[in-house]
Design a protein around this ligand. Sequence first.
Ligand code: EPU
Length: 439
Amino acid sequence: MQKLIVHGKQTLSGDLHVSGSKNTALPLMAAAILGGGKSVLSAIPNLKDVRTFSRVIGFTGVSIEQDPTAGTLTVDALNVDEPEAPYELVKRMRASFYMMGALLGRCGEARVSLPGGCAWGPRPVNLHIEGSRALGAEVELDQGYVVARAPGGRLRGGSFMLTPSSVGATVNLLLGAVTAAGPSRIENAATEPDVVVFGEYLQRMGASIAGLGSPTIEVEGVDQLSPADFANCPDRIEMGTFMIAAAMAGQPGHDVNIVGGRADHLGAAFTDAFERTGAEVGYAEDSIAVRAPQSIQPVSITTGVYPGFPTDLQAQWTVFMTQASGNSKVTDTVYTDRFKHIPELRRMGLNAIVVGNEVVVEGGTRLSGAHVMSTDLRASVSLVLAGMVAEGDTHVQRIYHLDRGYEDLEGKLSRAGIEIERVTYDEFADPEHESQHSR
Ligand code: EPU
């Protein structure tokens, strides 16, 4: 297995480059299946989740080729031989469930493994299933698989209200609705930039969609979509992570430039909270300059759907707040038990109380390096951030979680002055045996 060793108390300086968005790349890849020909997607990050989803798509007979150097992915969806997403692949990544909408839309049938639990608790897919039924699909469960069929080979379209709003269900329903025989309406649809950009790609392919970015999306089904090339947008969560890194580990009074992100995708709740910490932000066309404050002000946040504070940045915010001049609260209303990072951070000195979906974080904490374990993607990056400001070395183990969603994190951070290295280790090595050797 691999781990990152972060040498603490280094100063972040210079530039950090934002890669293409993971959570937009995945729905774009699913959409390309509807094109029925060759589409080239660009600004696709070289991430484990992209490779996993490529395998899921490849399983159907669609040809898919990634050029990590060029950042492109060529999807040739001329043939779909096997409208199925098998358990072996779906269990690795929940977003594989997008195959339900993509295959229903393209073939009128789909057999997709139900994703299991997630590291931080249950993440249901009931809305994906009920919503597909509202669009006309017949859906049943067969040995852990969702089997969905459109009578006559084509969905008829329909209306569905998402309660709560869901990024994944909005994507899945759009994938099905765009080639349905009749109109569809999605109420309380997700307004996240990932969904908007994905919807713009469907429009480029010939879909008729109105209301993207608003809670009501209306679709007029078309007979078929055409293949199209498309450029992915930058990763807003990576951008937010880098902003927090710059405010915590940058030298007060000096700029760290975050290049290639889209500030308008961050959402007002994050940017407002960020600026209230005292960090200064200068917005330019293709970059933003973050200047660390002399003293970080404590700012409490509550996650919510876009433009609310992203749940995907709450673990990083918690670490940020350990360095503030007072106490603060971090509340997650989207995933009420997404706190797997807390026990690991406690091993580094975090003083925090978790009550329900709320964490009270003590500011002014001196973190110290420790061996800690990644449990999921955002928890992992929060441990790296903690390692950057800690005394001594932090060993972040099991970084396969991190590799799912951060492209070349250690390369980017080390080019910006952080001493960080990737090391292969044996997690199950006998410590006694090891210590005898090292004596
Ligand atoms: N929900 C239901 N039923 C459903 C679907 C969702 O009750 O059928 C609930 C969830 O339990 C949650 C809320 O709806 O409370 C929102 O979940 P959503 O469906 O929006 O999440 P998702 O589509 O599964 C995506 C991102 C997540 C991100 C969430 C929230 C991708 C591939 N994943 O997940 O990203 O946290 O939206 O913004 O886009 C990550 O990148 O680390 C990550 C987990």
